[in-house]
Design a protein around this ligand. Structure first.
Ligand SMILES: NC(=O)c1ccc[n+]([C@@H]2O[C@H](COP(=O)([O-])OP(=O)(O)OC[C@H]3O[C@@H](n4cnc5c(N)ncnc54)[C@H](OP(=O)(O)O)[C@@H]3O)[C@@H](O)[C@H]2O)c1
Length: 334
């Protein structure tokens, strides 16, 4: 099969190479999936450069999120999957390939309402945003939620989930060119956080009161405290801007604020019972059409083009989830 193979740390993802390697043998409790779509992530860039927290032994195939069709279930397995099932899932590595062997616990059936492209970017973003807004911030209908990086992978999921909970959403992005995208997801108001006066704009929108909840995957807590309401809650989701803030604790006291974090990946270790609860809620939302993953255009066809996909992410050009297809042509052209 064809796969991206990394044999030493790369200077940039531009140095990634596609090779012919054997199809992986699924070992119990794994299934073998023919990959249809790969969800590209910023951390793929760090992984191939040896700058990520996970450093796989060489040679390895990068890629953490995928969707596709089950082609083999080990015969000894009493499995909830069968050959032909449409699935999506995640693995620390191996997705930028034509096939991936993956533990069954890391796969789910693709909801009937979603395409392979939509499902490939579901595994990390939606449960993170659901856990942030529901388990951590306990968002209530009618509340104002400020979502930073609202057009990004986790941000766009947060906009959809917050709207589905009945909240009012202020979507903050880094360019006005992204306003159309987030408005289409139901955002009530859009702001550009590159505008130095963005906190005043939030206060204006909320008639001086401030927002009830701040969802922050960027690293904008300090500034957001200028436009948060009494009893507000901040959820720290990530540090896309590359800076980990230090917050003056008096600012938290003054407005009776709660600052919380969310680390979705760690739920498997500390609160595994929450995982099916979160997914059941998300699958219900998907079936009712209340959430619908957004796929960045263009989709990148061919593993050789994964480098262009990662370049677009690094340049902040993208919205929603960036998808790479191992096949080199759209189905209509094959
Ligand atoms: N806590 C968790 O469990 C969890 C789970 C998943 C992801 N995360 C974290 O959440 C963050 C966002 O992930 P994602 O998948 O949504 O990423 P993404 O799709 O690449 O979106 C990130 C967005 O951040 C914005 N941004 C603001 N300042 C930036 C800067 N200086 N450089 C680059 N981007 C900047 C960009 O939008 P604009 O151009 O519009 O500003 C960009 O589109 C990451 O830090 C990730 O590690 C956390």
């Amino acid at each position: 099969m064809r796969a991206i193979v990394v044999k030493n740390w790369l200077k940039t993802p531009n140095d990634m190479e596609v090779k012919d390697i054997p199809i992986p043998e699924p070992k119990s409790p794994e299934v073998l999936v023919k990959v249809d779509s790969v969800g590209a992530n910023f951390f793929d860039i760090l992984l191939v450069q040896g700058k990520y927290q996970i450093k796989p032994p060489f040679p390895f195939t990068p890629g953490a999120e995928f969707s596709g069709t089950i082609v083999r279930v080990p015969p000894s397995e009493n499995s909830r999957f069968k050959v032909g099932d449409r699935v999506f899932g995640s693995n620390p590595t191996g997705a930028y390939a034509e096939f991936i062997a993956v533990p069954q616990t890391q796969c789910f059936h693709v909801p009937g309402t979603l395409s392979f492209e939509q499902a490939a970017g579901l595994y990390i973003t939606y449960p993170t945003s659901y856990a942030a807004l529901v388990l951590r911030a306990k968002v209530q209908a009618g509340e104002w939620v400020l979502v930073h990086a609202a057009a990004g992978g986790v941000g766009i999921a947060a906009v959809q989930i917050a709207k589905s909970l009945g909240a009012r959403v202020i979507a903050a992005v880094g360019s006005e060119g992204k306003f159309d995208i987030i408005q289409a997801q139901g955002a009530d108001q859009c702001i550009n956080y590159r505008d130095p006066n963005w906190t005043s704009r939030v206060l204006e929108i909320t008639e001086g009161r401030g927002v009830d909840v701040v969802y922050d995957p960027v690293g904008l807590v300090e500034k957001s405290l200028k436009c948060i309401a009494w009893n507000g809650r901040v959820v720290v989701v990530g540090f896309a801007a590359g800076n980990i803030e230090k917050i003056a604790a008096n600012r938290i006291l003054l407005k009776n604020i709660a600052v919380t974090g969310v680390h979705w990946g760690a739920y498997a270790k500390y609160e595994p019972e929450r995982i099916p609860e979160v997914w059941d809620a998300l699958f219900r939302m998907a079936e009712e059409g209340r959430i619908s993953p957004v796929v960045y255009e263009p989709v990148f066809y061919g593993l050789e083009n994964a480098k262009s996909a990662l370049k677009a992410i690094a340049n902040r050009e993208t919205y929603g989830k960036v998808i790479v297809k191992p096949t080199s042509e759209p189905a209509s052209k094959l």
